[in-house]
Design a protein around this ligand. Sequence first.
Ligand SMILES: [Zn+2]
Length: 579
Amino acid sequence: MCKNHNHISRRDFLKWGAYALGGSILACGKGDDIVQLTATVAPDANTVAAPVLKAGEFADTVLVNGRLYTMDNSLPTAQALAVKDGNILQVGSDEAIRALAGDATQVIDVAGKSITPGFIDAHNHLQVFGSLLDRFVHLLPPEIRTLDSLLEKLKKSVQEANPGEWIQAIYWVTDTMPTKFHLDPISPDNPVWIMQQGGHFGIANSMAMDIAGITPETENPVGGVIERDENGELTGIFYNHKAMDLLRLHAPIPTTDDMLQYIRSAGDLFAEAGVTSFYDNNVRFNALDAYARAGQQRVLKPRGQFYYTLEWPSDLERALNEMPTIDDEFMRFVGYKFLIDGQFPTWYTHEPHNGISWDMPTWDPKIFKKAVSMLHDIGMQISIHTGGDAACDLALDAIEEAMNANPRPDPRHRIEHATLTKPETTQRFVDLGVHISCQPQFLKFFANASDFIDEERAARLKVTREWLDAGVNVSISSDAGSTPWYRPQVTIFGAVTRLGPNDVPYHPEQAMTVEEALYAHTMAAAKCGHEDDVKGSLTPGKYADLVVWNEDYHTVDPMDIPQVDSELTMIDGEIVHQI
Ligand SMILES: [Zn+2]
């Protein structure tokens, strides 16, 4: 297990370099045509009835002497809670809860500690996160910040590999962007692929491009850029998944057994950090069996939901024909994911920026709108990645057209990241009932945002206060796999402090309060996953998924929030982590 990911402290967080970010990783499959969907699929969360004690029955477990923040307006705070058969039996005073305990009841005195609902990480890439820990060479800060140090470490990995063996790595930021011209001299006999961890661009050496059949004559795919220099020669840099797929699909992919192990180990890290549910927002076909088995075999501590990514139009046909049934309270397929742009260098914006491409959506807008309508019509939830403001407006246009043509109640379509949005877009979220799934901690990466976009737009990154005041349901999440940290504490810290480059709060007037951030990581997250009937608050009848914290988020110094830890994580009434 890589130490980089075991525990990111505030100090580590502050040390991370600056770079625009926003997205996800992984890929497979391609195609051009769209298929007509006719199946009816309507995923629904199970509703759990509140348990009732019969005469002579008692609670399985009671937690007493605590400070409960329930996220339930009918009883916002309480002292104690009782659990029966994996569900919350009752919430109330110590006296009332102790009365539910019998001789066999486990009584946990939490000594005044705070208790919240288990955190729900509404946007992450759990399987990829686990695979990055295991299969990729890490070229990350604080060790690697320069091109020289990157090449030095990479060279060692190449020397340890057998000739012809693929070397795959992740990097974060360097003083000079690597190209094939830097990679080729250190890797003459091994294909090399290094990906910026954000997941939307990467660099290959010449041998990797030879294996993939990429030549200077290879055309850019729709929505992707295979970069060439001023002489028309390949630089080795591939922007957006559409281009990256053409290269990286030739590298070895993990087996289902491997993926199962990645899911399990990443899930353990989540549970230790206080995450009791995760929504993997970018699952490709090759990971479906692993998720199905993870659910069936209960090898994973947190509960999971996932969104299947449609990278290419033909992925729709495959999904329709081959999607297995994955639908229980521990693992559920819930919807489809699109990406309309990448991270900053390829943000799709209304006005130009200084990156690689500003006017290129990754989907043909007509095909995209058609796909959204079809999925909306068959009852699916749709999740759309947007970085730039034009990407967000295109996503909302597609949702609006689908909903106008077929108004169905409460589809809760989601926009992921919504990193840059226009002022007038905020009301569209409200009108369409679209939820925002965002990561305010990304602001740390927007160093010198005004270097690549103008001040006016730089001031509108992650406008969480504006969204909340307008009444949008905003959840926050780690985006683990695409970021150097996975802990919800870092997410809460970012939402509350909005620390930006050089540790200066970035437009702090847009910050969330602690209460809002906790709600965004619990109840708002459950809502955007259609699970607020069973998760997200400490309410009788909901799953007994909760965390006892060593510090109270409400009273700890905000700068120390990243150090808050789970003392006890409970999922389904079972203690899955305790210190
Ligand atoms: Zn992501």
